[in-house]
Write a protein that binds this ligand. Structure first.
Ligand SMILES: NC(=O)c1ccc[n+]([C@@H]2O[C@H](COP(=O)([O-])OP(=O)(O)OC[C@H]3O[C@@H](n4cnc5c(N)ncnc54)[C@H](O)[C@@H]3O)[C@@H](O)[C@H]2O)c1
Ligand SMILES: O=C(O)CC[C@@H](O)C(=O)O
Length: 527
């Protein structure tokens, strides 16, 4: 088996490359490439491991013809075009916890830095000034810290601030009262926080809702003398308004680790009294970089080698333990999706994916992804289980997922039903011996068939002599039959024949089969 090939395109702890190799991947380490250089080589790789410098743009993704996964050694994924990656079927993963403590500590360090003007005092002391009378700081004890964003990092910052005897007021639309009590913080709306806080620290992602959350208008609502720290993302603060507020003295100090444009080389904030900056160092500790590098390599290798999915932002998680159990179901699901897609005519408006018995115990999303991939392959040859749900949504397909814990006639069953212009069409399959996918029902008729290779599907009247006629026809055209599967609704009623053949069936044979006595429908299928 060829080993998956991974490119590490940003500076990353060397443990990442070691883990990739130990887990059976080939790895190249090439930090510092230009976008053009990356686009020229990315077509060779199955995995791309990045930090924040590599921008995974549509142009890169278009060139990445065999890419399966992008792994971000860190939290923020604003350098990856996730919708575009999803459309291309590329899983995007991050490492949501590996650098949280480190970043929270950096926020606390910057709170101290602005409270005591440490960087400026250091600079002037080392310049030989001994400016003892120019730096009157403030204590943190008893002050109110306004926490905007109370997720992983925000909650660690809160716990450290409480340890420093600060009061913490938190604004986060997803913070519940119970969680606020558990964290020991007061839950507030944004205006209350702005009015109360002596220090404000930001810990949200950059989204349409959080962009400019500290706008000129909101900065004007803060207390005079407030000190502000941003270790989250540039773009959360209006930098021009912050500069004016520092100049006017309304804001007594501000520390930014992140900037609207990075690298920030000529910000108007530089040189402003009370302003402190670091060059996006929030995650830069030995511990955090080892953590995120190990974690991203483990996660990516797990996906590339075993199909396990952890911390993906565009796909449900799937443990390495569950992945092998799910594997035969994915095969079954994809085949059922493909069958229903090949057989259903007209406009597909709805799809229902039911899992029964043992199948109901497993994660539904991967099975749904596989059904949709099988179905959508009829319309696109770049579809896979990552992008299929997005493509299906784009087409306006209404997707319903149902689980029935109780077993029916089979101990495990997956049923796929599509609503078409001509009515509902349903197929169902099971696993024989827990691993071999078998079709067991097609449009309400029981049958037992393996879906593989080239197949011929025939609906006919159940009458004597038909099997001989179809056998003769195929024989006359030199087509060898592999398997032969029959099912019927009632004796003498509608019957189906599903047979596998060793080669594609020419149109002339399909036409000749259609002309046979008693035949209602003939369709060539491929799996
Ligand atoms: N400076 C660095 O080097 C560095 C390092 C790590 C993380 N980060 C950044 O820090 C940020 C926070 O990371 P995290 O791990 O805590 O993320 P998280 O997802 O755990 O927490 C983010 C919190 O923001 C909240 N939020 C979302 N929209 C909001 C809104 N409109 N108003 C208020 N709160 C809102 C969410 O509910 C969530 O609780 C991310 O942007 C991440 O990229 C920066
Ligand atoms: O990789 C880095 O140094 C920054 C990481 C940080 O911004 C993150 O979002 O995890």
């Amino acid at each position: 088996m060829t080993r998956p090939k991974v490119l590490i395109s940003d500076k990353m702890d060397p443990n990442a490359a070691k883990i990739f190799e130990e887990r059976g991947c080939e790895v190249d380490v090439k930090p510092g490439m230009t976008p053009e250089e990356l686009a020229a080589v990315i077509g060779e790789y199955d995995g791309l491991a990045i930090r924040s410098a590599t921008k995974v743009t549509p142009a890169i993704l278009d060139a990445a013809t065999r890419l399966k996964v992008v792994g971000r050694a860190g939290i923020g994924v604003d350098n990856v075009d996730i919708p575009y990656a999803s459309g291309k079927g590329v899983v995007v993963m991050n490492t949501p916890f590996g650098n949280s403590i480190t970043t929270a500590e950096h926020a606390i360090a910057l709170i101290f830095a602005v409270a005591r003007q440490i960087p400026e005092a250091d600079r002037r002391t080392q310049a030989g000034e001994w400016p003892k009378n120019d730096f009157m700081g403030v204590e943190l004890t008893g002050k109110t810290l306004g926490l905007i964003g109370a997720g992983n990092i925000g909650s660690i910052v809160a716990s450290r601030a409480l340890g420093l005897k600060m009061k913490v007021v938190a604004y986060d639309p997803f913070l519940t009262e119970e969680r606020a009590v558990e964290m020991g913080v007061e839950k507030a709306d944004l205006d209350t926080l702005l009015a109360k806080a002596d220090f404000i620290t930001l810990h949200t992602p950059l989204t349409d809702q959080t962009r400019n959350i500290l706008s000129r208008e909101n900065l004007a609502k803060t207390r005079k003398g407030v000190r502000i720290v941003n270790c989250a993302r540039g773009g959360l603060i209006d930098e021009a308004a912050l500069k004016d507020a520092l100049d006017s003295g309304h804001v007594a100090g501000a520390a930014l680790d992140v900037f609207e444009t990075e690298p920030a080389k000529d910000s108007p904030l530089f040189g402003t009294p009370g302003f402190v900056s670091t060059p996006h160092l929030g995650a830069s500790t030995t511990e955090a970089q080892v953590n995120v590098a190990l974690q991203v390599a483990e996660q990516m290798a797990d996906y590339l080698v075993n199909g396990g999915v952890t911390n993906a932002l565009n796909m449900p998680s799937l443990s390495a333990e569950e992945a092998p159990k799910l594997k035969p179901y994915m095969g079954l699901a994809e085949k059922l999706g493909s069958l229903v897609g090949q057989l259903a005519h007209g406009n597909l408006t709805k799809i229902s994916i039911e899992r029964e018995g043992a199948a109901a115990e497993l994660s539904g999303k991967p099975i749904e992804g596989a059904v949709l991939a099988g179905l959508m392959k009829q319309y696109s040859d770049t579809v896979n289980m990552v992008n299929a749900p997005y493509l299906a949504k784009e087409r306006g397909l209404d997707i319903r997922s149902v689980r029935h814990e109780k077993e029916g006639a089979y101990n495990t069953l997956v049923r796929v039903t599509v609503a078409t212009d001509a009515g509902d069409r349903s197929v169902a399959g099971t696993l024989f011996g827990n691993e071999n996918p078998r079709l067991v029902e097609i449009f309400g008729i029981g049958i037992e068939a393996e879906l593989a290779g080239h197949m011929l599907y025939i609906v006919n009247e159940d009458a004597p002599g038909f099997i001989g006629r179809i056998g003769t026809l195929l024989g006359e055209h030199g087509i060898n039959i592999g398997t032969f599967n029959l099912g019927r609704r009632d004796a003498g009623g509608e019957a189906i024949l599903l047979l596998s053949v060793d080669q594609p069936i020419p149109d002339t044979v399909i036409k000749a089969a259609c002309a046979l006595q008693g035949v209602k429908l003939v369709k060539a299928l491929a799996f």
